[in-house]
Design a protein around this ligand. Structure first.
Ligand code: PLP
Length: 347
């Protein structure tokens, strides 16, 4: 298996302030935890000599009541990444087909390779998921489809009608993971995955506390699905993977929803300012429903290096596009300033 897996290439991570770097490459929140969430985390420290509640019952109950569903329909994971893996552990045998788009969240490909599944990779069409082509890639041996909505790295979303038609057409013995990691940043008209659950017992909706809730470093995500799907996640779950500080921070974040929504609104406003600034410099950012912007620009690999030399980390894809995470206003301003100073002209 390891021969198939490419070595990890790690870009800069960690506290940006420490390195004086504007870290716009990880799709994180630019905001530190809210004081109330920080307090919940420090209070949980006193019990760290004990294992956490492996059922995560109290947070699952809060999420369940928030969405008007029984607790048997909610699972927690150490980030939605763990739930992406568990969904595959529960469904994929060696040789099983796994459908996902490219470019999309790279974890889908890694998981498929780790489990010796058969990747069926579907190209985007005009930076969007091509659900018709993804459906065509589903064959009788396909056990799993990852639908990333909004899509990382392009920030585009699928239309509600297209998603509904896709779900109606996928066979029921194939699990569809609808990864909504960035949904909070999407505009009106974004399809609500949870609203589709009752019609589709093979649908698993994943959400995360890492992005809009700003808890990427704590590792907490959740999935909502029919009880049978959640049971599959429970059986494939690594015991105690979700820590007590994460459970407490999740609950505190739900209580602080109003303040977090203000932060999301600020990120959206900043995203639009950044898009305008990029357009003024001659770039053509793709309209985004996420906390990042996708900008096609050939020669993006050298642009990534040049920007890093000037203290700004972004991500280049295949030397043809960059993805810029929306940072704090001063970080976004620094990016625009460096780009405007002619570090490399747009192509
Ligand atoms: C599309 C998508 N899904 C899931 C994740 C995983 O997030 P986490 O494991 O932090 O919840 C990411 C992280 O970047 C992502 O881009």
């Amino acid at each position: 298996v390891l021969k198939r897996i490419p070595a990890r290439i790690r870009g800069p991570t960690g506290p940006a302030r420490a390195g004086g770097l504007a870290l716009l490459s990880m799709n994180e929140s630019p905001y530190p935890p809210l004081p109330s969430v920080g307090r919940a985390i420090t209070d949980a420290v006193a019990d760290l000599h004990r294992y956490p509640d492996d059922e995560g019952m109290s947070l699952r109950e809060e999420l369940a009541s928030r969405y008007g569903r029984p607790v048997e329909q909610v699972a927690l994971g150490a980030g939605s990444s763990e739930l992406c893996l568990q969904a595959a552990l529960a469904t994929v045998n060696p040789g099983s087909g796994v459908v996902f788009a490219s470019p999309s969240f790279p974890l889908y490909s890694l998981i498929t390779q780790l489990l010796s599944g058969e990747p069926r990779i579907v190209s985007l069409r005009e930076d969007r998921l091509d659900l018709e082509a993804m459906l065509a890639a589903v064959s009788p041996g396909t056990r799993l489809v990852y639908v990333c909505n909004p899509n990382n790295p392009t920030g585009t979303s699928v239309e509600p009608e297209a998603l509904a038609a896709f779900l109606r057409a996928v066979p029921e013995d194939c699990l569809v993971v609808l990864d909504e990691a960035y949904r909070e940043f999407a505009g009106p008209g974004f399809p609500d995955g949870l609203g589709l659950l009752d019609e589709h017992p093979n649908l698993l909706v994943l959400r995360t506390f890492s992005k809009a809730y700003g808890l990427a470093g704590l590792r907490l995500g959740y999935g909502v699905a029919a009880p049978e799907v959640i049971e599959g996640l429970r059986r494939t779950h690594l015991p105690y993977s979700v820590s007590r500080p994460a459970l407490e921070a999740g609950a505190a974040s739900l209580r602080a929803e109003g303040e977090l929504t203000e932060r999301v609104d600020a990120v959206i406003a900043e995203r639009e300012r950044l898009a305008k600034g990029l357009t003024a410099l001659g770039y053509d950012p793709t309209p985004s429903d996420a906390n990042f912007l996708w900008v096609r620009t050939p020669g993006s690999a050298s642009l990534e290096r040049n920007l890093l030399d000037h203290g700004v980390a972004i991500r280049s894809f295949a030397d043809e596009a960059i993805r810029i995470s929306v940072g704090a206003p001063e970080e976004n301003a620094l990016l625009l300033e460096v780009l405007g100073s002619g570090v490399q002209s747009p192509r």
